[in-house]
Design a protein around this ligand. Sequence first.
Ligand code: CP3
Length: 349
Amino acid sequence: MSRTLENDRLMRALRRETVDRTPVWIMRQAGRYLPEYRALRTRARDFLTLCKTPELACEATLQPIKRFPQLDAAIVFSDILTVPDAMGRGLYFAAGEGPRFERPVRTLRDVRTLHVPDPNDELGYVMSVIAAVRGELGDKLPLIGFAGSPWTVATYMVEGGPSKTHSHIRGMMYSDPDVLHELLEILAQASCIYLAAQIAAGADVVMVFDTWGGTLTPAAYKEFSLRYMEQIVAEIRDVPVVLFTKDGGAWLEAMADTGATALGLDWTTDIGDARRRVGDRVALQGNLDPCVLYAPPEQIRSAVANVLESFGPGNGHVFNLGHGIHPGIDPAHLEALLNAVHELSPAQH
Ligand code: CP3
C-alpha cells in the first residue's frame, strides 16, 4: 500500500530515485545492545513473549526510533521463526544457545503434518504489532516487514538446534531432495501470505532474510534457496522487496534476475563492485562490517566514508550494516555511524 510518508528517503532510494542524503537503518536496530530493550525483555520475561505481546513488541520497534531520530525506517519487532512456531514445532530459545525446536522436521511424515498458518489468526499478533506501530508512527517513517527465506527457516526446522555444519538439512538435500522441496514449497506459500498480510496491516517494504543460503553450492543455492525467494518476489506486487543472502556475493546477478527491488549485501562484497555488476537493475543495501562498531568513533566515521565512497555518487544506496548489530556494541558508537551517514552522504547526491 503506498502512502505519502513525511520521510520517504528509504522508499525513494529503493526505487533508485534522487534523495538529499543516503537513508540509513540498521539490522537488529531493536535489540540487546540497547539498555531499554534489555529492560523491556526482562519485563516480558522472555523473547517469544515479547514478540507475542503486541504493545511490548510495538514499544521495542519504536525504541531505536526514539533514541536515534537519525534512522530513516522502523522494522517490525518479531522474528523469522514465528512461521515455524505457528506450524507447531515447539520453538523455544535456550539461554545463550539460540533457537531450538522440540519437534524437528526430518521425514516426509513430518513434512506432511505441517500446515500453512493463517497469518491473521495464528500470526495475528504480528499484524497487531504492525497496526500498533503504524498507529504510533503515523506517516512519519516507513515500516519494514519481513520473513525468513524458505531455505533459512527450513534450516532451523530441520536442524532443530545449533549446528555448525547443517548436516541434517544438507544431507537431506542430497538423500531426499523431494522431501526437502515439499517443505520449501509449504514455507514459500506460508511466506507469501504472511508478507501479504504484513503489507495489508501497514508494512511499506518487505525484506527476506536468507541467512544460510550462502552455505550452499552455486547449483544448490539456485535450486533450494533462490528459486523459492523468486516465488515470493513474484507474488509481492505492491511494495519494494529486499533480498538478503548472507555470503551470497557471488550470486548477485541471479538475485537481481528475480525482479527484487533491492539486494542486501554483507561485508564480504565491495559495494562499488556490486553496483557495477547489478546497480542498473536493483538498489543496494549495506554493507558496513558490524565489527567496525567496536572501534572508536573517528574510525567508525572513516569506515562509513569508505562505504559511501565505494558506492559512489548517485541513487540507489540504503546504508546499513552487513549483518545485525552485535549485542555488545555501545549505543554511542551507533550514534557515531548515524551522524557520519547524515554528514558525509549529502556529498554523494
Ligand atoms: O532487526 C530488527 O530489529 C527486527 C527484529 C529481528 C529479530 N530477528 C529480533 C531478534 C529480525 C529482523 C530478526 C531476523 C532473524 N531471526 C534472522 C535473520 C537475520 C540474521 O540475523 O541473520 C535469524 C536467522 C533469526 C533467528 C534468530 N532469532 C536467532 C538465530 C536468534 C538468536 C541469536 C541472537 O541474536 O540471540 C534470534 C533471537 C532474536 N531475534 C533476538 C532479537 C532481538 C535476541 C533475543 C533476545 O535475546 O532478546
